[in-house]
Design a protein around this ligand. Structure first.
Ligand code: PMV
Length: 342
């Protein structure tokens, strides 16, 4: 029998990288492996209505408002993945999507957005092929989302997730993400806060697509790719042993290296703002004065992801410090609080 209209709904969280992906080859193949935390509360909820036997077209609504540019992007994306889903161009789509976190907040909505779209596509695929959802369809969702936005492929799995082939993580691949083995993660890393300080809410001056492209001519690129690969060695040890100081050193180093690469691009660009640097210095002062495990990472933007363990008796003091000392550095007292538990 044929199915004429079908609506599926899926939800997908965003993620924040600890070892960063910055630089890629053709077909969204990453220049180095990366590892991230998948968030809990910061999600994209998407419903996809598919009307079969209509000319191929895509209509998108973001929080109820029609988005023409986004629809064009999705149309292009669907054409690019048609070889993997033979039915995909045989109908019309109405896609409604909303984020549970503020727009342009430095929380990657492209990761959660493409993750949710890929999950919707796999749900439709199950309807058409009669196959039931399994590990393989989850992996295919990760594979498909990667072709929309590289870092999205990590959002399909919970907890710590690796994308990019590395000898240090069994089963890892450039084509899709894999969950980092649970038995190799110390308990202290399984309950972690990520509070995002919204330093600057405007549009980014340089998109991540352009940023990745500038790694092609960056004289430090090869050294950086090598370093990221090598960083899996200490990361593996740290995750296993619960070495919090090692984790802090490595994660902050990765964040600053990402931004150093931007400064060494030609042309150079800087996505950090004054507030970003003020907050980083305050975090360092706080750590020196108290010894408490509050640290940061950065995405490709000015906002600061504050990381600290959730199972720590000290987290009360850390939260108080954030609210009183760091919040004044944000625009409109903006903070998005998430927590990873797995
Ligand atoms: O997935 P993209 O193409 O938007 O790249 C994102 C890259 C960073 O967010 C800066 C780092 C990462 O690994 O997520």
């Amino acid at each position: 029998f044929t199915i004429h209209t079908r609506t599926v709904s899926e939800s997908c969280p965003s993620n924040i990288a600890l070892i960063k992906y910055w630089g890629k080859y053709e077909h969204q193949i990453p220049a180095n492996p990366s590892i991230s935390y998948t968030l809990n509360h910061c999600k994209t909820n998407t419903s996809m209505e598919f009307i079969a036997d209509e000319p191929f077209s895509v209509q998108t609504f973001l929080s109820g408002n029609e988005e023409i540019k986004f629809a064009e992007k999705i149309e292009k994306y669907f054409k690019s993945i048609a070889q993997y889903l033979p039915w995909i161009l045989k109908g019309k789509y109405i896609i409604r999507t909303e984020n549970t976190f503020p727009h342009s907040s430095g929380i990657a909505s492209s990761a959660s957005g493409f993750g949710a779209i890929a999950k919707c596509l796999m749900s439709l695929d199950e309807v058409f092929t009669g196959k039931s959802s399994d590990e393989e369809s989850l992996q295919k969702a990760s594979f498909l989302s990667r072709l929309g936005s590289g870092s999205a492929c990590r959002s399909l799995y919970n907890g710590l997730v690796v994308w990019g082939e590395t000898e240090h993580v069994k089963g890892s691949s450039d084509l899709f993400a894999v969950p980092y083995p649970d038995t190799e993660i110390h308990e202290v890393f399984k309950r972690f806060n990520d509070w995002v300080l919204l330093i600057h809410e405007g549009q980014k001056s340089v998109s991540s697509t352009v940023g990745h492209g500038l790694m092609k001519t960056n004289p430090y690129a090869e050294r950086r790719f090598q370093e990221a690969r090598e960083n899996f060695v200490p990361m593996k040890e740290i995750l296993k042993n619960g070495d919090m100081n090692g984790f802090i050193r490595l994660v902050e180093h990765e964040a600053l290296t990402l931004h150093a690469m931007m400064m060494m691009s030609e042309p150079a660009f800087i996505l950090m703002k004054t507030g970003t640097l003020e907050v980083i210095n305050k975090i360092w002062d706080f750590r020196r004065d108290t010894g408490l495990p509050l640290f940061f990472t950065l995405d490709a933007g000015a906002n600061v992801h504050l990381l600290f363990p959730d199972n720590d008796s000290d987290s009360g003091k850390i939260k108080e410090f954030i609210e009183t000392e760091l919040l004044p550095h944000t625009q409109k007292n903006g903070i998005v609080k998430d927590v990873m538990r797995f």
